[in-house]
Design a protein around this ligand. Structure first.
Ligand code: NAD
Ligand code: MG
Length: 389
C-alpha cells in the first residue's frame, strides 16, 4: 500500500491523479489533500478519499471547508503552514506536487527533507530550485519521479541505459495553438484564443505557457535538473501531433522515443506505480489512423519567450527564477486582460535585463528574487495598467 499526499488536488493534474487512485483503492491510500481555495471540490474529494489532513491556502476558504467536513475525522489547516504540515506528515510515503507556480518550492523541499518521494508535476519548483532539490533528494535517498509527459518519456527512454552514453535529449513540443503564426498575427490574440490548446486539456496557466512556448522553456530547465544534462545537450523538436512525448539520442546514434496518445493519465499512472506498468482504460494508439508524425524547428523569433529561456538557463543562478516569476505574473496579467499576448515575453525580457544574477541562490534568495521580480513589474514595467490593483 502506497500512501500519498497531493498538493494541488483540485487542479487538472490533481483530479486526474485521484481518478487513477479511484481505480486502485487497494494499492493507494490518500493521506492528505491540499488546494488553493476551492472548498466545494475539496470537500467532495475528502468525502470520497478520506485523507487525515486537508489544507486550503486561502484562510477564509479553509474556514468554510472546516465547517463543511466537521462530521469527518480530518484536520483542516491553511496557508503555507498547511502545505508544510502535509509535506512533513509521517503517514505519507510520496507527495504528488501538482500545485501551479513557485508556491511549490518550500513544500517540495520540506517533503524531501522528510524523506518523501516526489511525484513532480510542479515544474516551476525545479526551474527555480532544481540545483537545491536534486542534490537534497540524492542525499536523502528519495526519488523524484517526473509527471510531466515529456519528462516521463525521457525517464522511460533512459531506463536501463548508461547515463554517460547519452548524447542528447530531444524534448518534443506540440507548438501550441499558434504554431505557424507570425508575430504580427499574435498581437491581438485574446486569452480565450490562447486557452484553446489543440492536443491537451490543462490548467489555465500552463495552457497559456504552451501558447507562448514558455512551457517548453520551463521544461528544458526541468529536464536539465531532472536528468543532470548540460543545457547544450537539450534540443527542442516540434512534433505537432503530440504522439512522440520525447526522445533520447545515444552516442552510437540510436534514438529512443516514447510514444502514446496525449493523455496525462499515462505519465501520472507510470509515476504512481513505477517501475510497474498497469493496464490503462485508454483508447489504443492507432498508427493507421494517425498515418503520419511530422517534425519542425521551433520558431524562436515569433515565440520569443522560448529564446529567453535559453538565455535564462545559460545565465543560471537566480536568472531562471526571474524568468519564471516574471512569466507567472505576466500570464496572470494576460488572463486578466491587462496586457497583450506579446507583452508576456516583453515583461520577462525586461525583468531579466534588470536583474543581476546571483550564483547558487539558497531558498531565501530564490524567494527574494521572486518578490524582486514582482516589485520590478509593479513599479517599473507596468505602473499604468496596474494602477487599479
Ligand atoms: P491547475 O491550475 O489546474 O491546478 C493547480 C492546483 O494548484 C489547484 O488545485 C489549485 O487549487 C492549487 N493551488 C494554486 N495555488 C495554490 C496555493 N497557493 N496553495 C495550494 N494550492 C494551490 O494546474 P495544472 O494544470 O494541474 O498544473 C499543475 C502543475 O502541473 C503546474 O506546475 C503545471 O506546469 C504542471 N503540469 C500540468 C500538466 C497538465 O496537463 N495540466 C502537464 C504537465 C505539467
Ligand atoms: Mg509537458
Amino acid at each position: 500500500m502506497k500512501r500519498i499526499g497531493i498538493l494541488g488536488a483540485t487542479g487538472s493534474i490533481g483530479i486526474q491523479t485521484l481518478e487513477i487512485v479511484r481505480d486502485h483503492r487497494e494499492d493507494i491510500q490518500v493521506t492528505a489533500l491540499a488546494a488553493g481555495s476551492n472548498a466545494a471540490l475539496l470537500e467532495r474529494q475528502i468525502r470520497e478519499f478520506r485523507p487525515r489532513l486537508a489544507a486550503l491556502y486561502d484562510e477564509k476558504a479553509a474556514k468554510d471547508l472546516k465547517e463543511r467536513v466537521s462530521d469527518l475525522n480530518v484536520r483542516v489547516s491553511c496557508k503555507m503552514d498547511g502545505l508544510l504540515e502535509i509535506a512533513s506528515m509521517e503517514e505519507t510515503d510520496a507527495l504528488v506536487t501538482a500545485v501551479v507556480g513557485m508556491i511549490g518550492v518550500v513544500p517540495t523541499l520540506t517533503a524531501i527533507q522528510n524523506g518523501k518521494d516526489i511525484l513532480l508535476a510542479n515544474k516551476e519548483t525545479l526551474v527555480t530550485a532544481g540545483h537545491l532539490l536534486m542534490p537534497l533528494a540524492k542525499e536523502k535517498g528519495v526519488s523524484v519521479l517526473p509527471v510531466d509527459s515529456e519528462h516521463s518519456a525521457i525517464f522511460q527512454c533512459l531506463n536501463g541505459e548508461k547515463r554517460g552514453q547519452v548524447k542528447k535529449i530531444l524534448l518534443t513540443a506540440s507548438g501550441g495553438p499558434f504554431r505557424g503564426k507570425k508575430r504580427e498575427e499574435l498581437a491581438g490574440v485574446r486569452a480565450e484564443d490562447a486557452l484553446k490548446h489543440p492536443n491537451w486539456s490543462m490548467g489555465r496557466k500552463i495552457t497559456i505557457d504552451s501558447a507562448t512556448l514558455v512551457n517548453k522553456g520551463l521544461e528544458m530547465m526541468e529536464a536539465r535538473w531532472l536528468f543532470d544534462v548540460e543545457p547544450e545537450r537539450i534540443q527542442i523538436v516540434v512534433q505537432p501531433q503530440s504522439v512522440i512525448h520525447s526522445m533520447v539520442e545515444y552516442v552510437d546514434g540510436s534514438v529512443i522515443a516514447q510514444l502514446g496518445l496525449p493523455d496525462m493519465k499515462l505519465p501520472i499512472q507510470y509515476a504512481l506505480f513505477y517501475p510497474d506498468r498497469l493496464p490503462m482504460k485508454l483508447p489504443e494508439l492507432d498508427f493507421y489512423e494517425l498515418s503520419q508524425i511530422t517534425f519542425e524547428k521551433p520558431d524562436m523569433e515569433t515565440f520569443y519567450g522560448l529564446k529567453l529561456a535559453f538565455d535564462a538557463m545559460r545565465a543560471g543562478g537566480s536568472m531562471p527564477t526571474v524568468y519564471n516569476a516574471a512569466n507567472e505574473r505576466a500570464v496572470a496579467l494576460f488572463l486578466a486582460h491587462k496586457i497583450s499576448f506579446l507583452q508576456i515575453a516583453e515583461i520577462i525580457e525586461r525583468c531579466m535585463q534588470a536583474h543581476k544574477t546571483v550564483e547558487n541562490p539558497n531558498v531565501e534568495t530564490i524567494l527574494e528574487t521572486e518578490s524582486w521580480t514582482y516589485d520590478t513589474i509593479r513599479r517599473e514595467i507596468m505602473p499604468a495598467s496596474l494602477s487599479g490593483e
